[in-house]
Design a binder for this molecule. Structure first.
Ligand SMILES: [Zn+2]
Length: 93
C-alpha cells in the first residue's frame, strides 16, 4: 500500500516508476491459475479469491506481477483508474 491522500497524477507517477523499475512484468489473466492470496500493492484489494468448491485460489481481478529485485515483487491491478478508485475508498475508512 502507498501512503493515503495522493492525487491521481501522483498515483500514476508512482505506478509508472514502479513499472519502469521492474525487471520482469507479467500480466496475470483471469484464466490463469492463481498461486495464492494476492493483494494489490497500491490499493490493497484482493486480486485473487479462494474458492471453497475447488479448494484453489482464482484470479478475481486481472493484474500485473512485477519483479523488482530477485527478492522483491509487487502485484498491481491492471486498470489504473479502478485501482485509484479502490485506493481512494480505502483512504476514507
Ligand atoms: Zn490496485
Amino acid at each position: 500500500m502507498i501512503e493515503y491522500g495522493k492525487t491521481y497524477d501522483e498515483y500514476k507517477e508512482i505506478r509508472k516508476k514502479t513499472m519502469m523499475n521492474a525487471t520482469k512484468k507479467t500480466k496475470v489473466l483471469k484464466r490463469y491459475k492463481a498461486k495464492g492470496d494476492t493483494k494489490c500493492g497500491m490499493c490493497g484489494i484482493d486480486l485473487t479469491s479462494y474458492s471453497y468448491s475447488t479448494g484453489n485460489y482464482r484470479v478475481s481481478t486481472e493484474y500485473f506481477h512485477l519483479v523488482l529485485t530477485p527478492l522483491f515483487y509487487i502485484d498491481l491491478c491492471q486498470e489504473p483508474t479502478k485501482c485509484y478508485k479502490n485506493y481512494k475508498k480505502a483512504g476514507q475508512k
